[in-house]
Structures are given as C-alpha cells and as structure tokens.
Write a protein that binds this ligand. Structure first.
Ligand code: 4AD
Ligand code: MG
Length: 446
C-alpha cells in the first residue's frame, strides 16, 4: 500500500494508492457511492462499487455522514471534475477503513451560508474548497516573500509584539497592563526595531502579526493582520520602489506557478496576474490629486460626487484608490504624500516640507493599498522635533533617536499586508477570508 497525498496524485495514475482524509460530500447512485474526499492537500473523488466491498462495509459507506474520517485504497485514474472543486482524479474504492463516523448534525452542510454564520463556524468553514484555496494561496504568498528576501541578502529579524509606545498613530493602539512598568501596547509595526537592526545587519525584514484597534469597519481592515516589513540601510525612495516591485512580482509568479488548482477553484482570472511585471508605473501624489480633483469636478451624480470629494492634502479613501488603480493594469506606486496624513518618521521632501518621501503601492482591479513605506528621517534634531510635535513620549523613543547619532544614513523600508495581497491574488472582496481566524472590530470568536 502506497500512502499518497492528493496533491501528488497525478504521479500515481494507473497505480494503487491509499489516501487518508475526510468525506467532504457523498452521492449515492444505486450500486455506486461517490465520496468526495479531502486530505488537506487536495480533493479526490472516490467511487465505491457494491460488488467490490463486503456488504456490511458498502452499507456503511452508503450512510457515511459528511466529515467522517476514512482511509481509502484503490487504483487511481484521471477524471473530469466538477468546476469549483480542485482535483481531477478518481480512486476506485477497493478497501476502506472508517476511522470515525461523524455526527449527523454537522453545522456546515453543503449549502449556502450567511457570512456571519460562516464566520461563527470558521473552524469548519476552513474545510470548504474556497476557504482552503484562499488559505493555501496565503501560505504561498508568505513563503514566496521569505524566499525572495532570504535570497537577496535580507536577514530575518523578529521584532517585539509588546512595545512601549505608538508608532503608527495613537488612535489605534491596543493597550495592556505590564506588571510594574505601566502600560504596554501591541505592536502596530516592527519598523522602529528594524531601523535599529539595519545598523547591525544592513538589510533586514520582520514578519509577524501586527495590531490596530481600527474603529472603521471596512472590507480592507482587520484588527490583527500579518505584515512583512523589509528595511534597508543606504536606500532612497527610488531604490525602495525597485525592491518592492521585484518582491511583489516574485510573489505573483510563485502563486501562479504553485497554486493553479486553487486559483481555478476560486475562478480567478489569472491572465490579469500573468501580466504583472516590473517596472510598475509611478505617479506623484500631486499628479494623483490633480486627476482626482478633475474627476470629482466632472462627476454629475450627486451620490458619487460625495464619495469622490477630493482636495489637495487629503488622504485617499477607498473610492479614490479604486479610481487610481483603474488607470493601470499593473500595481501603481503613489509617492510624495502630504506630511500631515503620514507617520511622524518620514523624511521630508527636499525643499517641500509639506510633502514627505512616502510611497504606497496600490494593487490593480480596485484592490488599492497593499504596501506602505517611506524613506525615514535620518537627522536627530528633525526627528526629535517631529516626536515632540506628535506628542509622543520622548522617553520611549530615546533608543530610536539615538540611532540618528551613531552612523545615521538615509534608509527606507515598507510594510506589505499579507491579507491584502492574498485578497488581490485570489480576487476576493473581503480580507477576512484571507486569514485562518480573522479578528475584526466585532469579532474575537472563534
Ligand atoms: O501603511 P502601514 O500602516 O505602514 C506601516 O505600518 C509601516 N510602519 C510599514 C513600514 O514601513 N515598515 O501598513 C502597511 C501595510 C498596508 O499597506 C496594508 O497592506 C497593511 O499593512 N495594513 C492592514 N492590513 C489589514 N488590516 C489593517 N488594519 C491594516 N493596516 C495596514
Ligand atoms: Mg498605509
């Protein structure tokens, strides 16, 4: 008996193989029972014929509830699969061991479920082909990102989750009591620690969960999300954009190479992803603002006009980002945002202090911001001034300021949101499906 993973089943066509998994669906046709079995790596149709099995076994197979655990052995052959189910192979059941007969009241039977119900049952929902596909794409996004950075001289540096102060605005902090030390906060970013790490390692990245008490309920915000953050010494904004476009292109290509069955199950139009290649278009905030103001002025529908309202100095809302992404089939860089809408640590634009050396990367097809980054302030006095102006606790930033005294150099970095990238690559609407157990303003369960 050769134990195989369904993922590798093509190699076993014509041979006898054993799979271990769970019954995702069962259909009976008289002397035939079709079990759609998933083993974690894929889905495979298993056909039990009455004549091939002992009568009491066949009787049991005929009544097997959804989610029962089984070990099945039989010959493998190619087969045409119903759309929406990854796979394409069939096993004739010559032997079946029933490891557990599932209870009959499985909450996530195969019908449409409302999203709240599905999220309450997330521990079961992840077994669905759609969710399984999305989460496998997510894993590949993460693996591909590490693969590219590890092979381009970046050193992985884990940064703390418990931190002494805000880094990305004081309004979205999760706070906790920290023994006798007063308050600590869940990290909004690992960036500030990465800025220390680059002076020891040159190029680094951190990759972990980050937390924002986002009060807004949107399809692009979670309160706990995973961010990949590269940081590079001796790097300006132009060099940063080159790194970003290389990294993103690598991720897209790896997903296209390794996750075809999943993208197919999700009915993703992959031609749009196949077209992604550097260099990505670059647009200044000023150019983007001119375009949006013109769009706003020409809009005649009052409702849409309200949504598209824009003037120089505003941050982009989702509708503005959507309009900007419509201009290109590629991800687009928008650089040089107003200083007032960005974080305190961003280097001012030379000769234009009202603008900073920031850059966001917006994904096409209306997906919007997937990466946010900047050149960092490298001057001690200016950084101190910004920390004071922001009302941040100086004592908590002492070490961060000191970095500007001993070997300070121009340096840059960015953060990539794993869930946003995964949503774009999968072509899905809401990022809550791109993480195994999403945390949103109204949800910490399950
Ligand atoms: O633009 P952000 O806030 O940038 C930073 O935190 C920087 N310190 C990163 C850096 O330069 N090292 O966040 C970066 C990315 C966003 O572009 C977005 O993809 C994702 O993180 N992101 C979120 N994803 C899901 N839910 C949220 N609430 C998110 N906030 C940011
Ligand atoms: Mg941002």
């Amino acid at each position: 008996m050769t134990l195989i993973r369904v993922e590798d089943i093509a190699k076993y066509e014509g041979q006898e193989a054993t799979v271990r998994g769970w019954v995702y669906n069962r259909t009976d046709k008289g002397k035939l029972v079709f079990l759609l079995v998933r083993d974690g790596s894929g889905f495979v149709q298993c056909v039990a014929f009455k004549g091939d099995l002992e009568e009491h076994v066949f009787d049991q197979v005929m009544r097997l509830p959804q989610e029962s655990a089984v070990v099945i052995t039989g010959p493998v052959r190619a087969d045409g699969r119903a759309p929406g189910i990854p796979g394409g192979y069939e096993i004739s059941v010559k032997d079946i061991q029933i490891v557990q007969v599932a209870d009959l009241d499985y909450p996530m039977s195969l019908k449409e479920h409302g999203v709240d119900f599905a999220l309450d049952n997330r521990h079961f929902w992840i077994r669905f082909p759609s969710q399984w596909s999305i989460l496998r794409v997510r894993a590949t996004v993460m693996a591909a990102a590490r693969e590219w950075l590890d092979s381009h001289g970046f050193i992985a540096m884990d940064t703390p989750i418990l931190t002494p102060a805000a880094a990305e605005g004081t309004t979205t902090l999760f706070e906790t009591e920290y023994f006798d030390e007063g308050k600590a906060y869940l990290a909004q970013t690992g960036q500030l620690y990465n800025e220390a790490n680059i002076f020891a390692f040159g190029k680094v990245y951190c990759f972990g969960p980050t937390f924002r008490a986002e009060k807004s309920k949107t399809r692009r915000h979670l309160t706990e999300f995973w961010m990949l953050e590269p940081e590079i010494a001796f790097c300006d904004l132009d060099e940063l954009m080159e790194i970003e476009e290389q990294l993103i292109t690598h991720i897209v290509q790896r997903v296209l190479r390794d996750r075809q069955p999943e993208l197919c199950a999700l009915k993703r139009d992959t031609s749009k992803l196949e077209a992604i290649r550097p260099p990505f278009p670059r647009m200044s905030y000023d150019q983007a603002a001119d375009y949006l103001i013109d769009l706003y002025q020409r809009e005649t529908d009052p409702e849409r006009k309200e949504l598209l309202k824009f003037e120089w100095g505003m941050d982009f809302g989702a509708p503005h980002e959507v309009e900007l992404t419509k201009l290109h089939d590629q991800p687009v860089f928008i650089y040089g945002y107003p200083t007032a809408v960005k974080a305190f640590y961003m280097e001012p634009w030379p000769g234009r202090p009202e603008v900073c050396k920031s850059v966001d990367l917006l994904a096409p097809e209306g997906y919007g911001e997937i990466c946010g980054g900047s050149e960092r302030i490298s001057d001690y006095t200016l950084l101190l001034e910004r920390i004071r102006k922001e009302g941040l606790p100086e004592s908590a930033f002492k070490w961060y300021l000191e970095l500007r005294k001993y070997g300070s150099v121009p340096h840059s970095g960015f953060g990539m949101g794993v869930e946003r990238v995964t949503a774009w690559l999968c072509g899905i609407d809401h990022i809550r499906e791109t993480i195994p157990f999403p945390r949103t303003i109204k949800r910490v369960y399950p």
